[in-house]
Design a protein around this ligand. Structure first.
Ligand code: ADP
Length: 167
């Protein structure tokens, strides 16, 4: 990937990636020249998948846009603003679903602005068919035997099943 153009960092746990995340990446691609999907360890959330597994799944489902050079997948730890500076990003992309996302996102965006005034946070909304979709809900539904085919690529659904049945 070249370093030219306006880059956005889309950070998250991606435990695992869902169609909601993919929808967000597509939207980010319409606005920015380069999109870095940045996976954080997020031990506090007690992830189901290791960071390497999450990275691998993102690499699989985003393969066409990675190949085109517009999107890359990476991991980061430490302060998001430090990572964004290192990448030369002009903005952070975050998704807004329900009102419940708002308070935390608002706090984080303003803290990040305090830490890095030059970095903008851009909020986007996914297609309404995914607005109630989260990785957590998805894992719960799979755990209880529900069908999630509409909400994740087939390769990811298989991995969730495999992980939960081997756990
Ligand atoms: P985090 O732990 O940082 O919230 P997630 O993987 O849960 O990481 O989400 C990463 C980002 O993607 C967050 O900004 C979240 O709001 C957004 N997101 C996740 N699912 C959806 C969805 N279905 N629609 C819109 N945004 C979403």
């Amino acid at each position: 990937m070249t370093s030219t153009g306006r880059r956005v960092v889309y950070p998250g746990s991606f435990d695992p990636v869902t169609n909601g995340h993919l929808d967000m990446v597509c939207r980010a691609c319409q606005i920015f020249d380069r999109v870095t999907v940045a996976v954080s360890e997020n031990r506090a959330k007690n992830p189901l998948f290791s960071i390497d597994e999450r990275l691998e799944m993102l690499n699989i489902v985003l393969a066409p846009v990675i190949k085109s050079g517009q999107v890359e997948v990476d991991t980061f730890d430490g302060l998001l603003v430090d990572y964004c500076r290192k990448k030369g990003a002009v903005a952070v992309a975050r998704g807004l679903r329900a009102l419940s996302d708002f308070e935390y996102e608002f706090q984080m965006a303003l803290m990040n602005r305090h830490l890095a005034p030059e970095l903008e946070t851009v909020f986007m909304m996914s297609d309404e068919k995914y607005t109630y979709l989260s990785s957590t809900l998805l894992k719960d539904v799979v755990r209880l035997g529900g069908d999630v085919a509409r909400f994740v690529p087939a390769a990811i659904a298989t991995r969730i099943h495999r992980k939960l049945t081997s756990a």
